[in-house]
Design a binder for this molecule. Structure first.
Ligand code: ZN
Length: 133
């Protein structure tokens, strides 16, 4: 089963906790045990897993990635959004989370984050659930 989550991002750069959407896809699949693939089909957005307890972590990630990859730096890419492409590649475009007892196996403080780097835009995340045989 392939499930699509639609996301309307609100800011230019933003990390959005999508854990509950992914959990809902797992519940809907009925899979008790298996693997959940999360894929972002965009070139200026990615997906990562990090702390969901203290929102300052997300703020710091955005602040520091902006320092590492400044928006203006004489990039060659004509569209003018090279920084967004680079930051998306830094985060990556997929994550794998295990499923056990019909739930995502995440650490206590972990959440799954959609990473917008060239918003606001309409985005999507694809979820593929592979149930154990
Ligand atoms: Zn571009």
């Amino acid at each position: 089963m392939l499930k699509e989550i639609k996301i309307q991002t609100q800011s230019h750069s933003q990390l959005i906790d999508i854990t509950r959407h992914v959990s809902a896809a797992v519940a809907e699949s009925g899979a008790a045990s298996g693997t959940c693939y999360i894929f972002v089909p965009h070139t200026t957005a990615g997906v990562t897993i990090n702390e969901n307890a203290d929102p300052s972590v997300v703020t710091d990630i955005l602040k520091e990635t902006a320092k590492i990859v400044p928006w203006e730096d004489n990039y060659k890419h004509m569209e003018g959004n090279s920084a967004a492409h680079i930051k998306a590649s830094m985060m990556g475009f997929s994550q794998i989370v295990l499923i056990e007892s019909s739930r995502l196996v995440l650490g206590t403080w972990q959440g799954i984050y959609f990473c917008e780097f060239d918003g606001p835009r309409n985005r999507k995340v694809l979820i593929k659930i592979m149930e154990d045989k």
